[in-house]
Write a protein that binds this ligand. Structure first.
Ligand SMILES: Nc1ncnc2c1ncn2[C@@H]1O[C@H](COP(=O)(O)OP(=O)(O)OP(=O)(O)O)[C@@H](O)[C@H]1O
Length: 250
């Protein structure tokens, strides 16, 4: 996908929010967009998603299926979470059952009967993420994904991004706090003074560590992640485990 001389402003006589953007995202690539508040990261992501149209220039070769998670999920809609996800899957031409995979993986099963407007902010963000992932997008766009999401979902982001890119998809994420430093192989763009430039990745922390796997009841997953983090541990991932328990038979 290519930004080909893209200029954008929000009103006819306003200053340009983005000027002369030329940038390429290759298949299988992850791009992290850095920049201070108000620099234009969300604007760039919405141009990539096709939600905004350039004033000049064009975004070319966008994959046919785009999953976009805005910074804030618009929860003021008259559906339950389950209804919303199944309807959105149908509207986008996917099997509604595909939504169920993400409902389960993002630990949303207990929330499917809740109205969107009654969900907590973090759960609503997960519904937005499930919506974007249904149908296996060739371009996944996550606007500040670390901001609203709960602890479990945050650990899933690198895993989900890796799955999208492993099959030749592209991922575009914005990050104003440098939390995406751990996305392996990502390239970084910086939005400064209305222009977009490649920039160096923030340095990754050095390690001399071991990985310990633990299991907890599904309902306690979020609390466990929060506690482990609070104790100074790095939580690398959360996955669903089905079937009889093994490995603790002593
Ligand atoms: N709908 C809009 N109408 C007019 N101006 C807007 C609109 N949305 C954003 N802007 C302005 O465009 C500029 C870029 O905003 P944008 O949201 O893209 O920045 P950002 O880098 O994503 O910031 P943040 O990190 O705070 O989300 C800001 O000055 C913002 O106030």
């Amino acid at each position: 996908m290519r930004f080909d001389g893209v200029w954008f402003r929000y009103a006819r006589r306003a200053d340009w929010t983005l000027r002369a953007v030329d940038a390429v995202v290759e298949p299988g690539q992850t791009v992290v967009v850095l920049g201070r508040n108000g620099a234009g990261k969300s604007t760039l992501l919405q141009l990539a998603a096709g939600v905004l149209r350039p004033g000049r220039g064009a975004v070319r070769d966008r994959p046919p299926t785009v999953g976009w998670v805005p910074e804030r999920f618009p929860a003021d809609q008259p559906f339950t979470a389950g209804d919303y996800l199944h309807r959105m899957a149908s509207v986008r031409g996917h099997d509604p059952a595909e939504a169920d995979e993400w409902i389960e993986r993002l630990l949303l099963t207990g929330h499917t009967g809740t109205r969107l407007s009654d969900l907590s902010k973090g759960t609503a963000q997960k519904v937005g993420l499930a919506q974007a992932l249904t149908g296996r997008p060739g371009l996944l766009i996550l606007d500040e994904p670390w901001e609203g999401l709960d602890a479990v979902a945050r650990t899933l982001i690198p895993e989900i991004v890796a799955e999208v890119t492993a099959t030749g998809g592209m991922a575009l994420l914005s990050d104003h706090r440098g939390e995406t430093a751990h996305l392996p192989g990502a390239i970084h763009w910086s939005v400064t003074d209305a222009t977009v430039q490649p920039t160096a990745a923030p340095p990754a922390p050095s390690r001399d560590e071991v990985v310990i796997e633990i299991s907890v009841p599904r309902a306690s997953a979020d609390e466990a992640v929060v506690r482990l983090r609070a104790s100074g541990h790095a939580v690398l991932g959360v996955r669903d485990v089905k079937g009889p328990r093994s490995g603790d038979s002593r």
